[in-house]
Design a protein around this ligand. Structure first.
Ligand SMILES: [Zn+2]
Length: 118
């Protein structure tokens, strides 16, 4: 499938991002201890054209466990926007709920067994 341009943001708009990806057919939910609590539906996207525009001081970062991933969130509204993981270099793990035009409730859900694989 052809790559399409997408735009996304946190809830308050302090963090804006854009990227190109193939149209989303499914979303991924992870059952690791962090994702089970935040409940995010995600998908990997290529990082080459991933562009982040964040208001100064708004981009927070959370790491836990072996700290192999950086989970970014908005310090103002608290929404988790995207992550980077050393397991998937050159790609971003995007919170699909933050992406304009993507209805996460209409997407098929796949489960990533992060509880056992991370
Ligand atoms: Zn925000």
């Amino acid at each position: 499938m052809a790559m399409q341009p997408y735009k996304g943001s946190c809830h308050c708009g302090a963090i804006q991002f854009s990227f190109e990806a193939e149209p989303f057919i499914h979303g991924i939910r992870c059952n690791c201890s962090f994702c089970a609590k935040r409940g995010t539906m995600m998908h990997l996207v290529p990082g080459a054209k991933f562009d982040i525009k964040a208001q100064e001081g708004s981009l927070g970062q959370y790491q836990w466990g072996a700290k192999t991933a950086k989970h970014y969130f908005c310090r103002n509204c608290g929404v988790t926007t995207f992550s980077e993981a050393s397991k998937w270099p050159g790609q971003y793990i995007v919170n699909l709920g933050c992406v304009d035009g993507v209805d996460t409730f209409a997407l098929e859900t796949k489960v990533f067994d992060g509880k056992n694989l991370l």
